[in-house]
Design a protein around this ligand. Structure first.
Ligand SMILES: [Zn+2]
Length: 275
């Protein structure tokens, strides 16, 4: 039985890899490998065939979250399992991205690890739960969200649904008791996350020829003051109370760009910050 289940999971994973759902990551692109639409349709068909209640909810035009649940029972906790539908792009890959190539007991392809492997496992677990319907099992909601790799619109929409029920979803009408998020962790259970926020700071100046710098305003010099202040703040953060698992908060300036040419006083400069 266990062998059959794992073979089904392997077959399912290969099917999922063969359905491209590449996140354009903010780029303007065209082509049938982009966005989650084909995988969304596959998931809807899957849940329909399984005979469970499911919803496909548009988050932004053409990009949907798919949510399914086991038949709800009173008096037991609700567990939400979440897995994202999209993958990162395929540029630079040295294996065929959409073939699910099996080699030395491993499967290769875009999303095999992040995160269609976990999607196959969650779909199999959900399917088994539905078919076996064990007594005392928790209520399980399986959410397959869009746009995780770029701007996390899918999961934000899902959280909003559960916290501020608007009638848009009949399945997710309150926050679940527990959440289980599929991400590659080398099979470790991860119970805390540092979170991240990233932003840009831009200074503006006034351009002029570098032989007469007093005629302009140097945007790089202006941003240098900001960078110095951020560095001081980053040093302070390292002394803040450390989370037992995640450590102290951090800040890092990772990218700097500015100016057009060495002989022009720059009228713009930007940095990108990861906090
Ligand atoms: Zn992922």
């Amino acid at each position: 039985m266990r062998g059959e289940m794992s073979m089904d999971a392997v077959r399912l994973l290969k099917q999922l890899i063969a359905i491209p759902s590449v996140n354009p990551m903010g780029r303007t692109v065209t082509g049938d490998i982009y966005f989650e639409g084909r995988l969304t349709q596959f998931l809807c068909n899957y849940f329909a065939e399984l005979g469970v209640e499911y919803e496909s909810i548009e988050v932004v035009p053409g990009r949907n979250n798919v949510i399914a649940r086991t038949t709800p029972k009173p008096g037991v906790p609700t567990i939400l399992m979440d897995v994202h539908q999209d993958t990162v792009p395929v540029e630079g890959m040295i294996v065929p991205p959409f073939e699910g190539t099996e080699k030395d007991g491993k499967i290769y392809g875009r999303g095999a690890c992040d995160v269609k492997g976990s999607m196959a496992a969650m779909l199999m677990a959900f399917t088994r739960l539905v078919k076996d319907n064990p007594p005392n099992a928790a209520n399980v909601i399986l959410s397959c969200t869009c746009d995780e790799e770029a701007t996390v619109k899918g999961i934000n929409h899902l959280v909003q649904l559960s916290e501020n029920p608007s009638g848009l979803s009949k399945i997710l009408t309150e926050p679940p008791d527990l959440g289980l998020v599929a991400e590659p962790t080398m099979l470790d259970i991860v119970v805390a996350h540092r979170g991240a926020t990233r932003w840009k700071i831009k200074t503006k100046g006034k351009a002029c020829h570098s032989s007469q710098p007093n005629d302009g305003v140097n945007a790089i010099y202006k941003l240098a003051d900001v960078i110095k202040a951020l560095q001081t703040y980053a040093d302070e953060l390292s002394g803040w109370d450390a989370h037992p698992l995640c450590g102290p908060p951090t800040l890092s300036v990772g990218v700097i760009e500015g100016g057009e040419s060495v002989n022009i006083v720059p009228d713009w400069c930007t940095i990108e910050i990861d906090r």
